[in-house]
Design a binder for this molecule. Structure first.
Ligand SMILES: Nc1ncnc2c1ncn2[C@@H]1O[C@H](COP(=O)(O)OP(=O)(O)OP(=O)(O)O)[C@@H](O)[C@H]1O
Length: 267
């Protein structure tokens, strides 16, 4: 069981920015958190991984409330990994491969094993060419991939991705969709936030919509994205495939490839 119950969070004794949020991730493979700028998505992610302590409510992982002792959190983060929105919050070492290897080195894993895992991860993200580069010379998108690589090294059961495609070019975005799909196929469970509605629609099976720190809707992906009013209230847009369905009566499909196949059949 992995859930959040009645969660309230505030920063430095100010008023709460998250208000009584309850989310249940247990029965889903890819849960999406939707919300406009400042709605509370990153705050929720920070709370889920234990970086912020609730003023009320709790995080429940495998039937136990989150234990905030350093050793317990260390253990928990071997199972629940996070990739922050800003790669600079995650990358510390000067050379890419040192940064990516850091967590496993820290766990005392043998160098040969680290190398094998690193080769897998670099190949999945197609960043083999960055291995020996100093982090400070990387572009934002490249740093983002290095930050993801560092977390993938741990093979966590759960992966929280806060805006994984922000700052990526179209090819990078498509690649990210493929990587996330591959991780899902390998059994990794994902909690994802993004302003890219097309990506959220394609990837997520369940969604929560947050507006000003409150959940205003939850449900299966199709159900949420068909609710134009709720999306408008939250300052969000429908994915283009949902618009084409609602406004032009085209069958509701999940991605561009399915759309093209359906269109060809209809000719
Ligand atoms: N360190 C902080 N100290 C005080 N207030 C903060 C801090 N970080 C975030 N906030 C406030 O908390 C609220 C939620 O911010 P948060 O970053 O969680 O939103 P978000 O949904 O992730 O936004 P975005 O889509 O822009 O990334 C905002 O009102 C923000 O100003």
């Amino acid at each position: 069981m992995f859930k959040v119950t009645d969660l309230c969070i505030s920063y430095e004794n100010q008023a709460d920015v998250l208000h009584h949020l309850s989310l249940d991730f247990s029965n889903h493979k890819a849960v999406g958190i939707l919300g406009a700028n400042g709605s509370g998505k990153s705050t929720l992610f920070a709370a889920i991984v234990g970086l912020l302590r609730p003023t009320q409510g709790e995080i429940i992982y495998e039937d136990r409330p989150l234990d905030y002792k350093k050793s317990a959190l260390y253990q928990y983060r071997q199972e629940v990994g996070i990739v922050f929105q800003e790669p600079d919050h995650q990358i510390f070492y000067s050379i890419v491969e040192d940064d990516v290897a850091f967590a496993l080195k820290n766990l005392g894993i043998a160098p040969a094993q680290i190398q094998i895992r690193m080769d897998e991860v670099f190949s999945l993200l197609k960043i083999e060419h960055l291995k020996k580069k100093p982090v400070q010379y990387l572009s934002y998108g490249q740093k983002k991939k290095v930050a993801i690589a560092s977390v993938l090294m741990l093979k966590t059961k759960w992966l929280l991705l806060d805006e994984p495609t922000s700052g990526l070019d179209p090819a990078g975005k498509q690649q990210m969709i493929e990587i996330i799909s591959q991780l899902l196929q390998q059994g990794t469970k994902i909690i994802l936030s993004s302003h890219d509605m097309d990506l959220m629609y394609e990837i997520c099976d369940y969604l929560y919509v947050i507006d000003k720190g409150t959940i205003i809707k939850e449900g299966k992906s199709d159900q949420v994205f068909l609710d134009e009013e709720v999306l408008k209230t939250a300052g969000l847009e429908q994915p283009w495939l949902v618009k084409v369905h609602q406004q032009l009566g085209f069958p509701l499909v999940k991605n561009q490839q399915e759309f093209m196949r359906t269109k060809m059949k209809a000719r």
